[in-house]
Design a protein around this ligand. Sequence first.
Ligand SMILES: [Zn+2]
Length: 224
Amino acid sequence: MKKFLLTCMIIFSGLLAFNYSQACAEENSGLELNVVKKFLPWTEKRERLTREYAELHYGKSVTEIEPRAVVIHWTAGPTWESAYYTFYGETRNTGDGSVNVSSQFLADRDGTIYQLMPENKLARHVIGYNWCAVGIENVGGVNNAENLTPEQLKSNIEIIRSLRKKYPEIKYIFGHYQQNAARASGLYIEKVPGYYSVKSDPGKKFMRALKDELEDEGFIFFRI
Ligand SMILES: [Zn+2]
């Protein structure tokens, strides 16, 4: 009987957690986009560490962003799960703020879009721009192979178009490797001297293809 009760309690709390994440997802939706909602746990700790990161790097005590740009990445890993579980925990041991890395969207190789957090929550994915940039991670790029798929290209385009419908202020689209060129946008803020890392994702080929599809729609791209 005890065992039965315990099982019931576990199932019940599981249902509660499920309903909670669904409710959050609905609240923060409003994007015309087909996604699988796989929200990372937005705990009090994640909220606090995110706020600390924003304060340290941007001088802004916030956990929500002012969407102005979309930054494209690859995961350099083989599966969506490997990226998801890399982002899952709240902390990361570095000297530059301990909130873990993450991204608002994750596109699998077959084009499936996972939404990992509300698009207006601050994710740590690109130095200097997290206060204003929505991140799209794409599964692939292991050993720097430029192997993102046509399905991922289509998904990235859909995400970008739907984001701009909701946030007309979004103008800039750049790949992580274009982080220096993107300073021309005037959006770059970094309060910690020397905080920087060299990037190659998501490769020139993918950015060229995105640019070809979206430049005529008024988005601003940088030198590929
Ligand atoms: Zn990246």
